[in-house]
Design a binder for this molecule. Structure first.
Ligand SMILES: [Zn+2]
Ligand SMILES: [Zn+2]
Length: 202
């Protein structure tokens, strides 16, 4: 029973006698308009809140998992990577130069199974018997370098939505470096693949 001296749900003076009779009259009037929460509805709300907390925890866990997004210039082809990069390199080989139209290509290497196409799919070009370069057929952006049988693949670092954290740590195929092109670093230089040479690939 609600009244000036009755505990009112949500009232600041709940469980105590309010010294301000005017306040309590208003609170009591407000309480009559407040929807009464039935026990079963209250338990449903509690359940929903627990589910929301567990969902938020799950979201937090998924955010903490390593994953990256990227895609081509026109947006027709997009990909998702569910792993951390295993290495990051500058490649000066002639094939990368011709394929990209740039003097060097920065590659981020990932486990081959970690990449999935989320929008559209690329066109593949076999640049050598064991190598496939995957690109967007609409805008020409080159995205992925895949070696048959290799456990890793190369993702064109600049195709990642945020390439800033994929810092190259070596130069490879420097035998093909264009003489006028230099990068200001002291990174190791390798004439061929160097330490990232894939098995069974020369
Ligand atoms: Zn495109
Ligand atoms: Zn290359």
């Amino acid at each position: 029973m609600l009244g000036a001296s009755s505990p009112v749900k949500g009232n600041a003076f709940r469980g105590r006698r309010c010294p301000n009779s005017t306040h309590c009259r208003l609170s009591a009037a407000t309480a009559f308009r407040r929807p009464i929460i039935a026990p079963n509805r209250a338990s449903a709300i509690g359940l929903w809140r627990r589910l929301r907390r567990s969902r938020q925890a799950a979201d937090g866990e998924s955010l903490s998992m390593t994953s990256y997004e990227g895609g081509c210039l026109c947006g027709r082809v997009r990909f998702h990577i569910a792993a951390a990069a295993t290495d990051n390199v500058y490649c000066h080989c002639r094939m990368c130069q011709r394929n990209s139209g740039a003097p060097v290509v920065a590659w981020a290497l990932f486990p081959a199974t970690s990449l999935s196409w989320t929008t559209g799919s690329p066109t593949a070009y076999a640049s050598s018997p064991k190598v496939q370069r995957e690109f967007c057929a609409d805008c020409g952006s080159h995205l992925v370098f895949r070696i048959q049988g290799s456990a890793v693949l190369g993702v064109n670092t600049t195709s990642l939505d945020d390439p800033s954290s994929f810092v190259p740590r070596m130069h490879i195929f420097t035998e093909s470096r264009i003489p006028w092109f230099h990068t200001e670093d002291d990174l190791p230089q390798h004439a061929g693949y160097g330490p990232i040479r894939p098995p069974n690939n020369d």
